[in-house]
Design a binder for this molecule. Structure first.
Ligand code: FAD
Length: 423
């Protein structure tokens, strides 16, 4: 079985590696010189830069973690707590915000707790803006969630649907809100999602990426320009012929120029919404943080993921480093003067030096109100195309993090192998 995998991010690499280990003849096409996609990292001096923002692995899915450890042994992974804060009104409030209200001034805490307990009355709204207020109460929405989500999506929240967000945003029990206020600490942090993470002990997330890629046949620095179905039923990619199956993890908007498809499908693809990201990487003194959320409008970025605390070798002793995530068009700045400009990074962090930056044209899928209509049409069409599979954040056009991308890659790999044995 000869298979072409388009795109060398986590999705493409996991399915390619699974099929390679099952003795398929796999070739992976990646337009960049380095594989990893959004999950790439590189050394900048003594610091690890996560090119696409934070990239630690959730321990949640056992089947994924078992496979990950078969590629890179457990002892090569650092397992630690997330230490996340929300920077609000000049204060650092612990994550999750709802269980850390005792860290706010008392009147604000009471307002947030009261609104949260009184929330979820009446019919559940179907647009994201109203849904945030309906779910979390007005005060938490106004102080934190609305300004934060306005920045991360850079798209009108009232024109976004809500189907994707359920289960993704932690929603504490109302009783736990009261409990945390009285106890003055989060009563049961371990029950919330995203509290622990895995990250390679050494060399950044790229160490895992490179471990997956090691035995694969890859054409790097080769953008996919053409995908053709041949008269003998096989596929050709960039003129290389003989593929039984093509697995596409590259962004759907690349496809209309590369392959034939009905006008309606191409129009649905062109109507899909997504946003782009600039990551600005800087060093600072050790603050112990792994993540800082910055809802306030006056700061341009919405989050800093601190790679320096994810592994023992990711920053020198006494230092941390982080990537500030800035959504929108490529963010051009002068690294020499950037730190001196107002409101770029909260001053208390004591940012010392801009080390690097990177632009990612495809960062987040936007679940606009036409999302379901367009993705359904696109997927219904491609399901009918024999030997062509869509996979990953950009092939399936969804929010999935690395663990879900790997799960889907392994499931697709298993389905392909099962189909060979059935034949
Ligand atoms: C800011 C941010 C922070 C994140 N943090 C985390 C986190 O902490 N933990 C986590 O689990 N997930 C995180 N994620 C999600 C994670 O990045 C994705 O789940 C995962 O990287 C998606 O992998 P992918 O292979 O589907 O897509 P990508 O990583 O985007 O891979 C697609 C690949 O296709 C290539 N490509 C594109 N066009 C072409 C072409 N024409 N020809 C050939 N190749 C092409 C690209 O170069 C890329 O390598 C984060 C995402 C963002 C944006």
């Amino acid at each position: 079985m000869k298979i072409a995998v388009l795109g060398g991010g986590v999705s493409g690499l996991s399915v390619a590696r699974y099929l390679h280990d099952e003795n398929c003849d796999v070739t992976l096409y990646e337009m960049e010189d380095q594989v990893g996609g959004l999950s790439r990292s590189r050394w900048v001096g003594e610091y690890i830069f996560n090119i696409g923002g934070g990239h630690s692995l959730s321990p949640k899915l056992k089947e994924v973690i078992d496979w990950v450890f078969s590629i890179m042994p457990r002892q090569e992974w650092n397992y630690r707590d997330r230490v996340a804060k929300i920077y609000i009104g000049g204060e650092y409030v612990s994550y999750p915000f709802e269980l850390s209200l005792h860290e706010l001034p008392i009147e604000q805490a009471v307002e947030c707790a009261y609104d949260y307990i009184m929330a979820q009355q009446g019919e559940e709204p179907d647009n994201f803006r109203d849904w945030l207020t309906w779910n979390f109460g007005k005060a938490i929405a106004d102080y934190y969630l609305l300004p934060y989500n306005t920045k991360i999506w850079n798209y009108p929240l009232e024109k976004m649907e809500t189907g994707w967000v359920r289960g993704k945003m932690p929603l504490p029990e109302k009783k736990d809100i009261l409990r945390s206020l009285l106890l003055k600490h989060d009563p049961d942090k371990q029950r919330m999602p995203h509290t622990n993470l895995y990250y390679p002990m050494s060399g950044g997330i790229q160490t895992f990426i490179d471990a997956m890629a090691a035995p694969l046949c890859m054409k790097c620095g080769e953008p996919v320009r053409s995908i053709e179905k041949l008269s003998n039923g096989k596929w050709a990619v960039n003129g290389d012929t003989g593929y039984d199956i093509v697995i596409c993890t590259i962004p759907l908007p690349c496809l209309p120029d590369a392959m034939e498809m009905p006008e309606s499908v191409s129009a649905a693809i062109k109507a899909l919404k997504f946003n782009s990201l600039t990551t600005v990487f800087f060093s600072c003194p050790d603050n112990g943080l792994t993540d800082l959320y910055i809802p306030e409008k006056k700061y341009r970025g919405h989050r800093i993921c601190f790679s320096g605390k994810l592994a023992p070798d990711a920053a020198p002793e006494g230092k941390n480093c982080g990537g500030i995530e800035i959504i929108g068009e490529r963010f051009d700045f002068d690294p020499e003067t950037y730190l001196k400009a107002e409101c770029v990074i909260p001053e208390e962090l004591g940012a010392e030096k801009i080390l690097d930056s990177e632009f990612s044209p495809f960062a987040y899928v936007i679940h606009d109100t036409d999302y379901r209509k367009n993705t359904t049409l696109i997927k219904e069409y491609f399901t009918q195309v024999p030997g062509f599979e869509l996979l990953g954040r950009w092939g399936e056009w969804n929010y999935n993090n690395m663990d879900l991308c790997i799960r889907d890659g392994l499931n697709l790999g298993k389905r392909i192998i099962d189909s060979i044995y059935v034949k």
